[in-house]
Design a protein around this ligand. Sequence first.
Ligand SMILES: [Zn+2]
Length: 360
Amino acid sequence: MEVINAELRQWCHELPKVELHAHLNGSIRDSTLLELVKNHGDNGVLISKDVEQMILEKGTSLRKCFELFAVYHVLATDHETVKRITKEAVEDFAADNCIYLELRTTPKKNEAKGMTKRSYMDAVIDGLKEVNTVDVDLYGCELTNKKNGDRRRKKIFVRLLLSINRSEATSSAIGTVNLAMEMKDMGVVGIDLSGDPTVGQWDTILPALEHARKLGLPVTLHCGEVRNSKEIQAMLDFNPQRLGHVCLLAEEDWERLKSLMIPVEICLTSNIMTQTIPLIEYHHFADLYKSKHPLSLCTDDTGLFSTTLSNEYYKAAVSFGLGKEEMFKLAQEAVNFVFANEDVKKHLAQNYEEAKARIL
Ligand SMILES: [Zn+2]
């Protein structure tokens, strides 16, 4: 049985952290999920008891994870819910001492609720404005009203990535890129490609990604969640600013990734719970870390995988024998891979300088 090192856990909590791979829907709190299901009513789609059971069985199999993910998608389809889950996600990351959060979400259209991709994103921004446990910096502006006039309050930088779903048509994906461009001055800093890795064709999405590149929008891709060498090679050819997961790469693709030095978003708990990697001892984090490959620890979905960014750092420390100085450096180096501008990077670097004296 695993012995919990409470002191190290607490230290990982106090460590200032940068989150680069977090999906809005996957970050819904269990308590909110249950409440939303109850409010959703007895329309035959969702039953509270079933969802309670799903929450209890979270992480016991890949199928259970995706069942719950489908529930998130059914529920987060009106402006009020989007606003609420955004507010709560940011407050949760801030409570975990996350100082920079790149939150990604797929802008959704829901005609029945009068929702367009743009109004969905406006609801996300409204949610950010409602955060009241911490000051939120979006596009270099502080959104949160300091209700108590407390100037020593914690601050979190939040930036947004618009996700293209792999199953989208080219025109819809291009629409998402155009929306990101339109909202460039409102905290949107890049594009993500995500969704069920067994569906969708790279060639359908590529024109949208090339469009993003032409517009100067950085791109991150979910890569290697399933074995698909042809697609992985195409992704490496595209040479994006970052890659997520990179779990199931063939030897030659692995070597190419390392020579390209593309920063990797590592999601330990997610990869183990979805059984993409059978055991943490076999996780490619070890090889990348040893090779000094640029990487950053991330949560993927705090709600879905019942994790926090502190927990991911703790897991890395105990699984790979990293000391506090190494952990600190790992967190600090993630600043280099954020999609926000140099000003933000400077602020974050300053935060780490201040934290060094306090926790090292
Ligand atoms: Zn992801």
